[in-house]
Design a protein around this ligand. Structure first.
Ligand SMILES: Nc1ncnc2c1ncn2[C@@H]1O[C@H](COP(=O)(O)OP(=O)(O)OP(=O)(O)O)[C@@H](O)[C@H]1O
Ligand SMILES: [Mg+2]
Length: 235
């Protein structure tokens, strides 16, 4: 991990319309860092990723990406600067085939073979429509659609939700490869053990506020923190 800052939140208040969900959030993410975000249902995890991406209403504060203020930029300009979000609601077109879904997110065919190399299963299913794919295949497609934009800062919103362990392992292998390739990654995760295993830093959100932000190792040995904010310790 580098000591350079990739993302910096300063006193950010944000939400939907006038409703404020995130309260005075200040934290930084270093370049190449693997940050896991955990917290109960409704804690504001998705809202945090949406705010980084420019999909919420910001009421106060500033957001810097690579030392540039981005809080007034629309989402497409943030993705042009290297941010990529794999949303919690798998972002694919149900009525388009796998290949069409990939083309809709790319500028050329070369990228499609990269996508198939990452998840060979998608190649076998290339002529099936999005709606005909299994949950795991839909998630693979959603992940590669985001990766085809070549983001160097990738945000993953509960990518393992509802998927079989074997599919989770395949996805995790791809995420680890991305992290080893020097990408900065934020993983929002309900499975605390997955979050702890993947990350080097951890941010716990509770009711729109930061309850803990620090080295993952500190929490691994401190089940009290997890009991308090998540309600279940690590087995
Ligand atoms: N589009 C929206 N408009 C208004 N309120 C919203 C919207 N989306 C989420 N909220 C509210 O914001 C709060 C935080 O929701 P958010 O989706 O960020 O939680 P989360 O931590 O991602 O939860 P989960 O683990 O269930 O995905 C909740 O109270 C939710 O009802
Ligand atoms: Mg969520």
């Amino acid at each position: 991990m580098s000591t350079e800052t990739a993302l910096k939140f300063t006193n950010v208040n944000a939400g939907y319309g006038d409703t404020q969900i995130l309260n005075t959030l200040s934290f930084s993410v270093a370049k190449g860092e693997r940050l896991a975000v955990i917290g109960r249902n409704g804690a504001g995890k998705t809202t945090l990723l949406n705010t980084i991406m420019g999909l919420t209403d910001m009421h106060a504060g500033s957001i810097e990406l690579n030392a540039e203020a981005i809080e007034t930029l629309p989402a497409h300009q943030r993705s042009a600067r290297g941010l990529g979000l794999v949303p919690q609601t798998r972002d694919i077109f149900a009525s388009l085939t796998v290949e069409e879904n990939l083309l809709a997110g790319s500028k050329g065919r070369a990228d499609i073979s990269e996508a198939f190399a990452l998840f060979p299963r998608l190649k076998e299913r290339r002529n099936n429509k999005g709606a005909q794919l299994s949950g795991g295949e839909q998630q693979m497609l959603s992940v590669v659609r985001t990766l085809m934009g070549k983001p160097d800062f990738v945000m993953l919103d509960e990518p393992f939700e509802g998927l079989a362990p074997v599919i989770c392992d395949q996805l995790m292998a791809v995420f680890k490869e991305l992290a080893d390739g020097k990408n900065t990654i934020i993983l929002v995760e309900q499975h605390t053990e997955m979050a702890l295993a993947f990350s080097d830093r951890l941010l716990i959100l509770d009711n729109g506020e930061i309850a803990f932000h620090g080295a993952t190792g500190e929490v691994r040995d401190n089940s009290e923190i997890l009991d308090r904010y998540i309600g279940l310790g690590v087995a």
